[in-house]
Design a protein around this ligand. Structure first.
Ligand code: PEP
Ligand code: MN
Length: 338
């Protein structure tokens, strides 16, 4: 950590900053330039609250050299982490497509969805039994019963299931219902108590990007999960808010290479909640695979116009199957399979 002192800072102020740092357990290194004095803090600076130093007279700027996230950082683990989801590998050379409806509705709808997902060649299935809706009057999901419908439908095709956890009180129910992957949605990316709880178990977690979160905030949220001992984390870019109203969110393709550089953990993309319209999903999916995404999270429904939630963005079974062809072609071009 480097503390840049104001050019007018007298010696007493510089000494006071040095003493404060020493009292916090780090060593200091003074460097007096012609225009500036800078103090280097050497040692374990991770627990130093920079606000306490910033408040001292004469301090102009503090520059942290170490990243605020450690376990999830590629610096701590050079190789890509491959997550094993009941035998389906995510983060390796195979790009995985996770598909399924926005929400669990009925047993029949889930059975038809599971068949469509398996027929298209996808190896993982998604579906929400608990839905985070912007309006309290919108359909909130079928609840716990939906988890067993989901399980029943997916197990017929050996598809591990991905579903969203919104409330920490439901975690035991998720475990009892053999949920394979817990999804933390955009609205809960910074629900730190929820992150800590999923950090205490070992199930894989898909951590969606907060709709207005920076990459650094997102990485720190993942660090909350990792710090508890659960390193099975998958980042999911799902679009961020902007001034544009022509589509639901802006898919931040740039986040893919940036995250792949910053973290060893897998990165997937949700083109459905980004575009918000089914016709945009193929283009966004292809772009994501070309940019290096390890997987996709795609909404599909046996009868999209009748979907209880996010009907506009659901692919029909035929559209999902057709999309797999160019996706596989792109994956092959970049040395992967799908
Ligand atoms: C979802 O995947 O069903 C969902 C609600 O997504 P998000 O949290 O990205 O809005
Ligand atoms: Mn949805």
């Amino acid at each position: 950590m480097i503390i840049v002192m104001n050019f007018k800072a007298p010696k007493e102020q510089i000494t006071a900053v040095e003493n404060k740092l020493v009292s916090m357990g780090v060593e200091t290194n003074l460097s007096k330039g012609v225009a500036r004095t800078i103090i280097g803090a050497v040692g374990d600076v991770t627990k130093i609250d920079t606000k306490l130093i910033e408040a001292l007279p004469g301090v102009e700027q503090i520059i942290r050299i170490l990243k605020p996230y450690k376990i999830v950082a590629r610096e701590s683990h050079e190789q890509n982490t491959i997550i094993d989801i009941n035998g389906v590998l995510l983060g390796g050379s195979t790009v995985q497509v996770i598909a399924g409806p926005c929400s669990v509705e009925t047993q029949e709808q889930m059975d038809l969805s599971a068949k469509a997902v398996a027929d298209a060649g996808c190896r993982l299935m998604r579906g929400g039994a608990f839905k985070p809706r912007s309006s309290p009057y919108s359909f909130q999901g079928v609840g716990t019963e939906g988890l067993s419908m989901f399980h029943k439908a997916a197990s017929k095709y050996n598809l591990p299931i991905v579903t969203e956890l919104m409330d920490v009180r439901m975690l035991d129910t998720f475990i009892e219902n053999d949920v394979d992957v817990i999804q933390i949605g955009t609205r809960n990316m910074q629900n730190f108590d929820l992150l800590k709880e999923v950090g205490r178990i070992h199930k894989p977690v898909i951590l969606k990007r907060g709709m207005s979160a920076t990459i650094s905030e997102w990485l720190m949220s993942a660090e909350y999960i990792a710090a508890g001992g659960n390193h099975n984390i998958i980042f999911c870019e799902r679009g961020i808010r902007s001034f544009e109203t022509a589509y639901r969110n802006v898919l931040d393709i740039t986040a893919i290479p940036v995250l792949k550089k910053e973290t060893h953990l897998p990165v997937i993309v949700d083109p459905s909640h980004a575009g918000g319209k089914a016709w945009m999903v193929p283009a966004l999916s292809m772009a994501a695979v070309a940019a290096g995404a390890d997987g996709l999270l795609i909404e599909t429904h046996p009868n999209p116009p009748e979907a209880w939630c996010d009907a506009d963005q659901a692919l029909s079974p035929g559209e999902l199957k057709d999309l797999m062809v160019p996706l596989r072609g792109i994956a092959n071009v970049i040395g992967r399979d799908l």
